[in-house]
Design a protein around this ligand. Structure first.
Ligand code: NAD
Length: 289
């Protein structure tokens, strides 16, 4: 297939490279010349205009920072320039309203679109082991699956358009909440006189088990290996967690859902990021306790 890939940053760079490895002809575009040069090194054809990159393609994949950019790229540069019938796949993590609005505009102009945000960080993007949560009709999902598989460990049909973004915001809100809870429990154990390693050994096999404790233990030198063992470098940046929490809070507002723990987690990450910790792994909340 001929696939245009727009947004070749930390995530998109590795994803586009995996499409090339799967034998696709990948037309790459990014505003950053460095990102574009890296994509070229991994076998993509580099373009200097979106409108040129999308000409004659079967599918357009986007991996962009936020909803405003996704909207402007599709409305100003993709819709009307890609061939009618081309499949649009937005893998960015964005707000639900924008995801639905852009898909509606694409549909009116004769294109099919899915939202397909991912779980898994840069290592999973490079390794082709992302989990995609896809919103769109059954038939369009099947078309999207063929494009996504070389980049994926799992491609899951979440439901109608927007359902991928709903799954992503709910998953990451839950992740933030159990990460903060795990940090609190580890700090309390230590302050109350229990060796945190012993707490890990007990709770990871008891009802307190969860991914944050069992697989990504946020206390240095305790439990599973994680960025905590490397001064919270690498991993999933607190600023990105805050972005996802804000999307979840906006989504909760639109849906009229009550999310008191999500609101509290958002405030905790806001304070942490405003204090200059946005680049630290999100498990670094442990340091504040
Ligand atoms: P990034 O900032 O590294 O990459 C974004 C790229 O988009 C950059 O190269 C930038 O130059 C490019 N870009 C910006 N505006 C553009 C435009 N108008 N046209 C073309 N290119 C443009 O970000 P990232 O870490 O790759 O994240 C991308 C998306 O994936 C975000 O929505 C993020 O929330 C989501 N995500 C990231 C991770 C992660 O661990 N980094 C994990 C899951 C999901």
């Amino acid at each position: 297939m001929k696939i245009a890939f727009i947004g070749l940053g930390n995530m998109g760079g590795g994803m586009a490279a995996n499409l090339v490895k799967a034998g696709h002809e990948v037309h790459a575009f990014d505003l950053s010349p460095e990102a574009l040069a890296r994509a070229q090194e991994s076998g993509c054809a580099a373009f200097t205009k979106v409108g040129e990159a999308v000409q004659g393609v079967d599918a357009v994949v986007t991996m962009l920072p936020n909803g405003g950019i996704v909207r402007s790229v599709y409305t100003d540069e993709v819709i009307g320039k890609a061939p009618t019938g081309a499949l649009f796949i937005d893998c960015s993590t964005i707000d639900l309203e924008t995801a639905r609005a852009v898909a509606a505009l694409a549909h009116e102009a004769g294109y099919e679109m899915v939202d397909a945000p991912v779980s898994g960080g840069i290592a999973a993007a490079n390794g082709g082991t992302l989990t995609f949560m896809v919103g769109g009709s059954d038939a369009v999902f099947e078309r999207a699956r063929a494009v996504l598989e070389p980049m994926a460990k799992a491609v899951i049909h979440a439901g109608e358009i927007g359902a991928g973004q709903v799954a992503k915001m709910c998953n990451n809100m839950l992740l933030a909440i159990h990460m903060i809870g795990t940090c609190e429990a580890l700090a309390l154990a230590e302050k109350a006189g229990l060796d945190p390693q012993k707490f890990y050994e007990i709770s990871s096999k008891s009802t307190g088990y969860c991914w944050s404790l069992n697989d990504y233990t946020p206390a240095p030198g305790v439990g599973a290996a994680s960025p905590a063992d490397n001064d919270y470098a690498g991993g999933f940046a607190s600023a990105l967690m805050l972005k996802d929490l804000r999307l979840a809070m906006a989504g909760a507002g639109t849906a009229g859902a009550s999310v008191p723990m999500g609101e509290h987690a958002t405030r905790i990450y806001e304070t942490f990021v405003e204090a200059g910790n946005g680049g630290k792994d999100f498990g670094a909340i442990f340091q504040t306790l």
